[in-house]
Design a binder for this molecule. Sequence first.
Ligand SMILES: Cc1cc2nc3c(=O)[nH]c(=O)nc-3n(C[C@H](O)[C@H](O)[C@H](O)COP(=O)(O)OP(=O)(O)OC[C@H]3O[C@@H](n4cnc5c(N)ncnc54)[C@H](O)[C@@H]3O)c2cc1C
Length: 116
Amino acid sequence: MAYVETLPEDVVKRKVMELLRKFMGKNMTIPEPTGMIRSTWYSNPYTRGTYTFDNLLVHEYPNARAILGEPLVDEAGSPKVLFAGEATDLTHFSTVHGASDSGYREAMRILPSSKI
Ligand SMILES: Cc1cc2nc3c(=O)[nH]c(=O)nc-3n(C[C@H](O)[C@H](O)[C@H](O)COP(=O)(O)OP(=O)(O)OC[C@H]3O[C@@H](n4cnc5c(N)ncnc54)[C@H](O)[C@@H]3O)c2cc1C
């Protein structure tokens, strides 16, 4: 987080697009983004990082966290870009153990026969 926040916006944007295109494959056309919004919560001495929380509208969007954690899939439906992180954990969001659980969840998505 600390390092990424020091990088110029065009570098972050280029790297993110490189990664997306690499994982989604040559057959998928991914257009250039029209803009980018990023946080600098780590550099802010009053926060030094952040985590998600449910606001008062959460009942209108009960599946928001599950949707955030859905992978991007290729034409065959195979997951190519996976999303972990505390924000995608349905029960222990905002916490380290939620972040950790979400990592196991995504590992199991691509390694269904592995025993963790
Ligand atoms: C002040 C504070 C106190 C906390 N105290 C507790 C506590 O006591 N107990 C507890 O359980 N939880 C606590 N938390 C919450 C916990 O730290 C987080 O929930 C957890 O770290 C989230 O992990 P994560 O992997 O989801 O996200 P992060 O740890 O935020 O990891 C995200 C990663 O993505 C990287 N990244 C971001 N953008 C890009 C990009 N464009 N390209 C490449 N990489 C990128 C960042 O560099 C970072 O390494 C606290 C958080 C804060 C801020």
